[in-house]
Design a binder for this molecule. Sequence first.
Ligand SMILES: CC(=O)N[C@H]1[C@@H](OP(=O)(O)OP(=O)(O)OC[C@H]2O[C@@H](n3ccc(=O)[nH]c3=O)[C@H](O)[C@@H]2O)O[C@H](CO)[C@@H](O)[C@@H]1O[C@H](C)C(=O)N[C@@H](C)C(=O)N[C@H](CCC(=O)O)C(=O)O
Ligand SMILES: Nc1ncnc2c1ncn2[C@@H]1O[C@H](COP(=O)(O)OP(=O)(O)OP(=O)(O)O)[C@@H](O)[C@H]1O
Ligand SMILES: N[C@H](CCC[C@H](N)C(=O)O)C(=O)O
Ligand SMILES: [Mg+2]
Length: 488
Amino acid sequence: MNTLSDILYRVPILAVEGNTSQQVRNIHIDSTKVGLNDLFIAIKGTHTDAHQFIPNAINQGALAVVCEILPEKRNNGVTYIQVEDTRLAAAFIADNFYDRPSTKMKLIGITGTNGKTTVSSLLFQLFKNAGFKVGLISTVVIKINNQDFQTKLTTPDSLTINKYLDEMQKDGVEYVFMEASSHGIVQHRTKALHFAGAVFTNLSHDHLDYHKTFADYRDAKKILFDELPKSAFALINTDDKNGDVMLQNSRAKKYSYSLKSHSDYTAKVLENNFNGLLLKLNDTEVWSPLIGSFNAYNLLAVFSVADLLGVDRLENLRLISELKPVSGRFQHFISEKQKITAIVDYAHTPDALENVLSTINAIRTKNEELFTVVGCGGDRDATKRPLMAKIAGQLSTQVILTSDNPRTENPDAIIQDMEKGIEPTDVKKVISITAREQAIKTACKMAQPKDIILVAGKGHETYQEVNGVRSDFDDLQHLKNYLNKFDK
Ligand SMILES: CC(=O)N[C@H]1[C@@H](OP(=O)(O)OP(=O)(O)OC[C@H]2O[C@@H](n3ccc(=O)[nH]c3=O)[C@H](O)[C@@H]2O)O[C@H](CO)[C@@H](O)[C@@H]1O[C@H](C)C(=O)N[C@@H](C)C(=O)N[C@H](CCC(=O)O)C(=O)O
Ligand SMILES: Nc1ncnc2c1ncn2[C@@H]1O[C@H](COP(=O)(O)OP(=O)(O)OP(=O)(O)O)[C@@H](O)[C@H]1O
Ligand SMILES: N[C@H](CCC[C@H](N)C(=O)O)C(=O)O
Ligand SMILES: [Mg+2]
């Protein structure tokens, strides 16, 4: 077990009151979870200031409290540690408490607006197929080899990350692939972790409600690269104009990948259709069932990381060709009788939606209709709403605007924000149906033989979130159900 002074190693401390030689049983940022002899770290959140829960934590048995403001009334026998930033302190404390698990494995962080889940999940698959023990921390799932754990965030809080890394390390995991979201980076969820490498996929419009400006959003991603050790690699996509920015202040070994310019790793798309991609990678032709040229970037990133981690090149190419698509990313099927193509995709940013629709347009015959069913999340960046609707209108022949996790917002108001982006020439193509199931049903009913339906925004999600309650909802299931019903 750790003493308090052990786990405070490297924490920037302002003041300490009390004994630091006590043994700490567990650490928490949520007061409701505190038990006897635990440490409670009080975080000032956007909704709640957890300093108000310090007395509750003590009543539940906390032996020490880490806080930014010392409470006026202090209990004898409880140790108070004052720091400037409790989120930052939590990251160091978690790293110490679990005995620096990230230093005992090769941890690779993947950041960027789109492609994080795809790249990290494909890397997990590749290294697993190569015979290694592997871990994954992603939007969809946390994995320790064959065990799956549910997750709510793309990048969990620092205590959760280190707890899983510790379990992974005890299970013999050698490589861990984890998504580093911009929220995660600025909230110090990834601070104090020892990365063996980091990847930048791309940067486009998202989360401007939280980061306020695009420069702030970009700089949040850059912190991951600024903090890499000298021994790590920093791999960037040079076809994205912000790629080089990531490397400006990084001490890591710098590598690049690109489809369009000269780079350390390059690839060429030879074929791109509904069956997959034919790529020229490292002068060898490789077939992949992943669809869309954006996936050529993802596969190239995966190949580059595997190469940087020492996988033999021939073996690497073989492993690349065996990778299976990630659930909810261009997941598709064709209805039996009418041969309607139905696609579910997690595109929830303007750039992702444009990429997916451009991919569909590039590989369809244009004799058929392309229906897009799409919504935008509530309590998220409202400025992307008109942009996503505009793209849907321009790149589809029929659009149904609908709801996607309204959270605490009025779904009709979100749809109205979206409608503002529709170009006058596209207005006739667009209808709005608030209930997502009805929207999907309508698309299935309207579709004629060989038409295409894209349902975008939720991908792997199996819920619709309204006012904090998640009810079952699965785009793929509804598509299958209604297409089956109307398939004559
Ligand atoms: C906006 C945002 O990032 N919010 C995160 C933030 O919450 P917050 O600052 O609002 O926290 P809060 O609810 O005010 O609570 C503050 C503290 O009080 C504590 N508390 C609260 C109640 C109580 O009784 N006792 C107690 O101790 C909480 O445990 C917390 O430590 O800190 C919490 C703890 O780390 C996160 O769970 C929470 O994620 C919320 C649920 C969320 O929806 N976040 C999204 C926006 C997010 O982080 N997304 C990114 C990017 C997604 C992507 O594009 O890939 C992600 O990484 O998932
Ligand atoms: N390399 C890429 N470039 C552009 N768009 C992409 C790329 N990879 C995936 N996409 C699009 O973005 C969507 C989300 O992909 P993915 O889940 O891999 O991204 P993410 O970065 O993990 O997203 P999140 O921020 O929600 O965690 C996909 O469904 C697809 O439409
Ligand atoms: N990680 C993203 C996911 C968005 C998915 C979309 N379905 C939504 O709810 O907006 C976010 O939290 O902003
Ligand atoms: Mg993700």
